[in-house]
Design a protein around this ligand. Structure first.
Ligand code: EPZ
Length: 430
């Protein structure tokens, strides 16, 4: 299994190109199931999760083509890919594929809308919490579907003639349920209203793609989304937005090490709450034409409290990285995680660097220490893994991060991007 070895202590300086967002690319790929015409996605990141979803979509009959890189084009430019679901040959998404990645469950919406039936394995729990699918079942039932659980599969059937628009009031903001119900409703008869909808930028990206495919959607970017069903959707070409979580991760890395880095292609409005907090911590954040510049020169890190909330709040996918940063701050920081009940797996690993963190229910109390020491640590999930890299970049001596396949799920060329800015970091194969 590959590992990452790094020696802490170097500042980061230079430019890091931000890749396309994993959490937008995945639902955009799934949206291709809604039409028999090709959907072209630009700026798709090269990630293990994208590869896995390709296999799942191919199993349903989607033809996938990756367009070659144009002459002189950098590897940092995302891939252009075509997804063509001319015929859906199988409406079952099997356990061995769905169990590896929760987002693959979302195929249930488009399959049900277009084929009027779907049989999708339950995704199960994962390292960050139980993550049930009750909102999906409730939402699809509100569109007229009948749903049964059979041998670990969710078996969904639309009424004769297809799904029917309805009112879906989500009990809690859910990104996945919003994507799935929105996609399903595009081909339903009549009007669907999603109340308490997610407002994450990835929802906008998918809604804009659906609109480009002929869907009628309004209210995107608010808590109430309205979808007027149409008979058919067509092909389209759409760009995947820049990854706000990758952006925030590198911004925290620079705040941690000091230095001056341009995060090129990044969009500040997608992570303003996190950038505001980084400003209070002691980093200087400047919006430039080509992206966001992050600097910290000499001054110490200030301990700041953060509450994790759905967008536009501070994202849960940056909580672990922020905690790593706070381990070196002056004073005590309180972090409240309100989205997932078990997203503190990195605490025990950060303690190996000498961090002082106590968890009581939803709240982690981080007392800054003057120095972290390099250690052997283990990645437990995607964002937790990268928090260990951030800690290692500031720690004295050598750090080895084991089980980095988690990192490859969501970060494109992480060690390459960091080493080009001066970090001493390498991947050890095997
Ligand atoms: C998406 O997950 C992201 N994944 C996650 O990123 C992210 O952490 C999460 O949204 C929150 O922002 C993708 O976009 C692929 P939710 P999702 O449904 O949609 C509860 C990463 O590291 N809930 O918004 O699965 C749920 O348990 C990943 O890239 C129910 O109770 O998250 C959680 O407490 C990890 N019942 C809350 O809602 C349901 O049926 C929000 O989860 C659905 C969700």
């Amino acid at each position: 299994m590959d590992r990452i070895r790094l020696i802490g202590g170097n500042e980061l300086n230079g430019e890091i190109p931000i890749s396309g967002a994993k959490n937008a690319a995945l639902p955009l790929m799934i949206a291709s199931l809604l039409t028999d015409e090709p959907l072209v996605l630009q700026n798709v990141p090269r990630l293990a999760d994208v590869k896995l979803l390709e296999r799942i979509l191919e199993n349903h009959g989607v033809d996938i083509a990756v367009h070659g890189r144009r002459r002189g084009e950098q590897e940092s430019v995302g891939q252009t890919m075509t997804f063509h679901a001319a015929d859906i040959v199988d409406t079952t998404a099997p356990y061995d594929l769905v169990s590896k990645m929760r987002a693959s469950f979302w195929v249930i919406g488009p399959l049900l809308a277009r084929c009027h039936e779907a049989r999708v394995s339950l995704p199960g729990g994962c390292a960050i919490g139980t993550r049930p699918v009750d909102f999906f079942i409730y939402g699809l039932e509100q569109l007229g579907a009948s749903i049964e659980i059979d041998e670990g599969y969710v078996v969904a059937k639309a009424p004769k003639g297809g799904l029917i628009g309805g009112l879906v009031h989500l009990p809690k903001v859910s990104v996945g349920a919003t994507h799935t119900i929105m996609m399903a409703a595009t081909l339903a008869r009549g009007v669907t209203t999603i109340e308490n909808a997610a407002m994450e930028p990835e929802i906008d990206n998918v809604a804009n793609c659906l609109i480009a495919m002929g869907a009628k959607i309004s209210g995107v970017g608010t808590r109430t989304i309205t979808i007027e069903g149409v008979e058919k959707l067509h092909g389209a070409t759409i760009d995947v937005i820049p990854d706000r979580i990758e952006t925030g991760t590198f911004a925290m890395a620079v705040a941690m090490t000091g230095g001056n880095v341009l995060l090129s292609g990044a969009r500040a409005e997608h992570l303003q709450s996190a950038l505001d907090i980084l400003g209070q911590v002691g980093a200087t954040i400047t919006n430039e034409v080509n992206g966001i510049r992050v600097q910290r020169n000499g001054n110490g890190l200030q301990a700041i409290d953060a509450e994790i909330d759905p967008f536009p709040g501070f994202p849960t996918d940056l909580q672990a990285q922020f905690m790593a940063l706070m381990t070196r701050a002056d004073g005590v920081s309180h972090i409240r995680e309100t989205i997932f009940e078990n997203r503190y797996m990195h605490v025990a690993e950060l303690a190996r660097f000498g961090a002082d963190i106590k968890v009581d229910g939803q709240v982690a109390t981080v007392t800054g220490v003057p120095q972290l020491k390099g250690a052997q640590v283990m990645a437990t999930d995607l964002r937790a893994s990268v928090s260990l890299v951030i800690a290692g970049l500031a720690a004295k001596g050598e750090t080895v991060v084991n089980r980095i396949y988690h990192l490859d799920r969501g970060f494109e060329r992480l060690e390459d991007k960091l080493s080009r800015c001066g970090a001493e970091i390498e991947r050890i194969a095997g």
